[in-house]
Design a protein around this ligand. Structure first.
Ligand SMILES: Nc1ncnc2c1ncn2[C@@H]1O[C@H](COP(=O)(O)OP(=O)(O)OP(=O)(O)O)[C@@H](O)[C@H]1O
Length: 630
């Protein structure tokens, strides 16, 4: 169902990008059309002053040298002023319309993308960085505003200007009109030459090189600490340096070798359009019977040829805006195609809080190998089951299927006998507290961070959860205690401390099912002892009743007391049973346990040896505490 929904929402890239963009504006898109029409009319009206000037010039030529006979000059002046004001007013109203539509379009884009992300499967956020999503939601909307608010009405105006010019050119003297069109044709030919064929090839390579330069630049900056530690400064800079060099060469080749001549030619002919009239006029003048009339026409075409550069420049710079708006609408539509968690039409309520994996297979998109391959196991209500196994075995993936970060491709993940896909998503989320592997704290106060699990919780309840999660020492050292904003000065937390805060969140939520993903992965031994205490509180619940716990664990010391241990290896449930049963079976778990014990005894030995050494070579605290846990 999810895949189907995603397929339906997939962007229709064959439709025109402007049409796809305007779809976001809803009924307000009519304002865009109105704005474009007004801009086109404004452009035609802007010819008015030129026509008036021509009429004035014609009268003056006819009256010369008896200038007083040219009586309508003032009237033409007033008309010219009227046309100029009308043109500006129409353009202004047109821009108001397009701006209103553009703002609505951008805000709808942001709203729809944000709303869609609220319903997207949580796994989507694992593979799409939050920063990149924010840039899509916010940046893309911003990029489209320029196109809809300004470029589109300006293009409509430019098209009207070109059409108007064509009409006018052939009204008075088509021969002079054709002479005025010569620079237009030459300029268009230059544009096609620059953009077509090899020019397009250049442009594609230029864009690829730009992307490569940005990527290597980001990698270089991100990797600076590693580079410094391994003293690889020159070597690592080489890739970035090479990308800059490649881009520079391409940009220079494109600008100098490819564009220089046609660009120069185009700019010259359109700027000196009037010059094309001179030889034509010299050729035609001897055959003219009414020289005064011919001179007036010449003046008209000379004036109007000045309009050409404006229209040509506007049209030339349109393609850039179209390109970035097309990219923007593509990226927003990709976000809108993110698979969503579909709510069932008639949700079912689970009988209890037991978890069951029934022949579950799941493959990540784009991966050839299944991350989980026909996996089955049970977590009875109120029991604690640990997932262990080699790295990449599928532990995190299995844990992620319970709160529907992803949905199984085949088989069923059941809660209380009900497939999680048949449950109301809100019911499922209410039942499951998920402690993430990574730090998921917001830039808010610690109080609000914990309260995110239960917005109606009182300050006292949050404080109680923090105490239960052994966070009192963290709060005590923060400048403003529980009201310190996470991420501000003096509020830095270690990985283990952040995990205790996330456990406090889960304790406050007090959900009947707890899924812990690598809850001790970042913890130092001191933190781990506290995390274990917090975890015990979490596993009991506020009323003291046992919670159903599915925990992913690396440290075998933390799982030996679990009711059941499931060993996941290469996506398969290789073994399952209690610690003692698995040891007796002598399989993968027994080997892992033996390795673990060896490591611990090595640490104890090294700690003992160190303690016999002179002061100043005291064993590392981590080694001593780890040894004592086992
Ligand atoms: N987002 C993803 N996209 C594609 N493949 C993924 C993704 N996440 C995990 N995998 C792959 O799925 C398999 C199982 O990964 P998973 O993270 O579930 O293993 P794990 O047992 O939790 O590993 P570890 O102990 O190292 O955390 C691995 O082969 C991994 O490379």
């Amino acid at each position: 169902m999810e895949g189907q929904a995603a397929a339906d929402a997939r962007p229709n890239k064959t439709a025109h990008p402007v049409g796809r963009l305007l779809a976001f504006a809803g009924p307000r898109r009519a304002l865009t059309y109105l704005g474009c029409v007004l801009s086109a009319i404004s452009m035609l009206v802007s010819f008015g002053p030129y026509v008036c000037i021509w009429f004035a010039a014609r009268d003056l030529i006819a009256a010369a040298p008896n200038w007083d006979a040219a009586t309508d000059i003032a009237t033409y002046g007033w008309w010219a002023l009227g046309f100029a004001i009308a043109s500006i007013a129409l353009y202004f109203i047109g821009l108001m319309c397009t701006h209103l539509a553009a703002f609505r379009c951008a805000s709808n884009m942001r709203k729809r993308a944000t709303e869609h992300l609220m319903h997207a499967g949580l796994g989507y956020f694992d593979t799409h960085a939050s920063g990149a999503l924010r840039r899509v939601v916010d940046g893309c909307a911003l990029e489209t505003e320029g196109l809809l608010a300004h470029k589109l009405p300006d293009t409509a105006g430019s098209i009207a200007m070109i059409a108007g010019m064509f009409a006018l050119f052939f009204v008075f003297d088509w021969r002079l009109g054709v002479a005025c069109l010569v620079p237009v044709v030459v300029s268009l030919a230059c544009m096609f030459y620059m953009m077509g064929g090899r020019g397009m090839d250049f442009m594609t390579r230029y864009m690829e090189s730009l992307v490569k330069m940005n990527k290597t630049g980001t990698e270089y900056v991100r990797g600076i600490p590693v580079v410094k530690v391994f003293q690889q400064t020159v070597y690592s800079f080489r890739a970035f340096h090479d990308a800059i060099e490649e881009f520079t060469v391409l940009a220079q080749d494109y600008a100098v070798k490819w564009c220089q001549t046609p660009q120069a030619l185009s700019l010259t002919v359109i700027s000196a359009a009037a010059a094309f009239l001179v030889p034509v006029a010299v050729l035609l003048a001897p055959g003219e019977t009414d020289l005064a009339h011919f001179a007036a026409n010449f003046a008209f075409y000379a004036i109007f040829s000045a309009v050409i550069p404006t229209a040509m420049t506007r049209v030339m710079f349109m393609s850039d805006a179209f390109q970035s708006a097309t990219d923007a609408v593509n990226r927003v539509e990709e976000v809108l195609a993110a698979p969503v968690i579909e709510a069932p039409l008639s949700p079912r309520t689970p009988a209890d809080n037991a978890i069951r994996f029934n022949d579950v297979t799941f493959t990540y998109e784009g991966s050839g190998e299944p991350a989980l391959d026909h996996v089955s196991f049970d977590v009875p209500a109120g029991a604690t089951v640990a997932l262990v196994g080699p790295s990449g075995g599928g532990k995190t993936t299995a844990a992620s299927l319970v709160p529907r970060f992803w949905d199984a491709d085949s088989g069923h993940v059941l809660v209380g006998g009900t497939d999680v896909r048949d449950m109301d998503p809100a019911d499922l989320m209410g039942r499951v507290a998920f402690v993430f592997q990574a730090n998921r704290l917001f830039s808010q106060s610690i109080l609000e961070n914990v309260r995110a699990a239960r917005p109606d919780a009182t300050r006292e309840q949050v404080m109680a959860a923090l105490e239960a999660a052994q966070c009192s020492d963290i709060i005590a050292k923060l400048p403003n205690g529980v009201d310190t904003v996470y991420g501000t000065d003096g509020s830095h937390l270690s990985g283990g401390e952040a995990q205790r805060l996330m456990l406090a969140r889960a304790i406050l939520k007090d959900a009947p099912i707890v899924v812990l993903d690598e809850a001790t992965a970042f913890a130092d031994p001191e933190n781990e002892v506290k995390i274990q205490a917090a975890f015990k509180r979490l596993a009991r619940g506020r009323d003291g009743s046992p919670r159903t716990v599915l925990m992913v664990a690396h440290r075998l010391s933390t799982v030996r007391n679990a009711d059941k241990i499931v060993v996941l290896n290469e996506g398969c449930a290789a073994e399952q049973g209690t610690h003692e049963e698995l040891l007796a079976a002598g399989g993968l778990y027994a080997r892992m346990w033996a390795d673990y014990e060896k490591a611990v005894s090595w640490r104890i030995t090294s700690a003992e040896q160190s303690s016999k050494e002179p002061k100043g070579t005291e064993p590392h605290r981590a080694e001593r505490v780890e040894g004592s846990v086992a």
